[in-house]
Write a protein that binds this ligand. Structure first.
Ligand SMILES: *Cc1c(COP(=O)(O)O)cnc(C)c1O
Length: 384
């Protein structure tokens, strides 16, 4: 651990957590597809649903090393990771404090499932530490945050939330999907548990659905105890694909982050764009905070087209940039939050949280910036 911590990011991505091919000395990890392993006189009883096949166990080391934690676990989806984590630390009568700007699937899980378990929860009214303090109760056992948030890229003060949690003896968890450990490592700022939708940057090619949790060995063991009952493990075939994808995580995310900053600055000055939401712009209200807790500002941004443009026509007119529900692939994609993640809210509710019909969420890929600019400009011309 301490030795690998000194390795550079790209070296960790490429090498940490390889399964050595002792038999044939192949260059990459072999895939172990066995669903049955020897059980007599063995130290570890291996089974895919126990999250401990060779591929699962080794790839978890790469994720833990990237997140600066002792341990990690890989799941069948981001939701499997977050639901297992929540259920490992919350029981009947406990209370969760959760940020109001949150991934829609997490909101659904809390609202639809928590009442069945008798777990209480409160969404904050904002994302400052005071907003979290205001809704904390005597039975609060976990505080969960997401930063940068979807789709308006608000920034929560990670260190301040972690400090507040510690002062009250409350655990803190964070969804680090949007930044990825390339741009942000919440454990260094005191957060207790980090989770990911590995479907996004970890996979990076829009062809894998997976999740991960990283934390101390003690917390991960507790999550494991619930995880083996819920059964949300990932097949070794996909674990292997995820390992291959993660070798380029650093290269991809750095390139995407660089592109996003260039495009955000360009869009900010664009006469047909009325507003840009990107933590790397000096005009972003939490720019200084983002700069203090992130190594890079990430590759997600949102922007509003001026009122006389049709945002749907704009997306239909794009030729290179795809309209897509998900995000974080090497290809650039856009989506309308008011028709997708926030479609179930009323117009008034959307106005209240700042999701206008003109808003476009932009997941920036690795393409050449000049081609992306050209595509956006021609789509704007065709969306009157
Ligand atoms: C996609 C996503 C999730 C859920 O992950 P799945 O892999 O779709 O289950 C959770 N949090 C964030 C921020 C996401 O973008």
């Amino acid at each position: 651990m301490s030795k690998s911590k000194k390795l550079g990011l790209n070296t960790i991505c490429t090498h940490v957590g390889e399964v050595k091919d002792e038999q044939f000395k192949g260059a990459v990890s072999p895939i172990y597809l066995s669903s049955s392993y020897e059980y007599l006189d063995v130290e570890i009883k291996r089974y895919p649903r126990y999250f401990n096949t060779p591929n699962q166990e080794f790839l978890a080391k790469k994720i833990a090393t990237l997140e600066h934690t002792e341990a990690a676990m890989i799941f069948g989806s981001g939701m499997a990771a977050i639901s297992t984590m929540f259920l490992a630390f919350l029981k009947q009568g406990d209370h969760l404090v959760v940020q109001n700007t949150l991934y829609g699937g997490t909101v659904n899980f809390i609202k639809e499932e928590f009442p069945k378990y008798g777990i209480e929860y409160t969404f904050t009214n904002g994302y400052t530490v005071e907003d979290f303090e205001a809704v904390t109760q005597r039975n609060t056992k976990l505080i969960h945050i997401e930063t940068p948030s979807n789709p308006l890229l608000t920034i929560t003060d990670i260190a301040a939330i972690a400090k507040f949690g510690k002062s009250k003896g409350i655990l803190t968890s964070m969804d680090n999907t949007f930044a990825s450990p390339i741009n942000q490592t919440p454990m260094d700022l005191g957060i207790d548990m980090v989770m990911h939708s590995a479907t996004k940057y970890f996979g990076g090619h829009s062809d894998i659905c997976a999740g991960a949790v990283a934390s101390t060995t003690e917390h991960v063991e507790r999550i494991w105890n619930v995880g083996k009952n819920l059964g949300g493990s990932l097949s070794d075939m996909t674990v292997w694909m995820l390992e291959r994808s993660m070798k380029t995580l650093g290269l991809r995310v750095k390139a995407q982050t660089k592109n996003a900053l260039k495009l955000a600055k360009w869009l900010h000055k664009h006469p047909k764009v009325s507003k840009v939401y990107y933590p790397g712009l000096k005009s972003h209200p939490e720019y200084a905070l983002a700069k203090s807790q992130m190594r890079g500002f990430g590759a997600m941004l949102s922007f509003e087209l001026v009122a006389d443009l049709d945002a749907q026509q704009f997306q239909k007119s794009l030729q290179l940039i795809k309209s897509s529900m998900s995000l974080a692939g090497v290809e650039s994609t856009v989506v309308s939050p008011h028709l997708t993640s926030h479609a179930l809210l009323t117009q008034k509710e959307r106005d209240a949280v700042g999701i206008s019909d003109q808003l476009v969420r932009f997941s920036v890929g690795i393409e050449d910036v000049k081609d992306l600019k050209r595509d956006i400009n021609q789509a704007i011309k065709n969306s009157k």
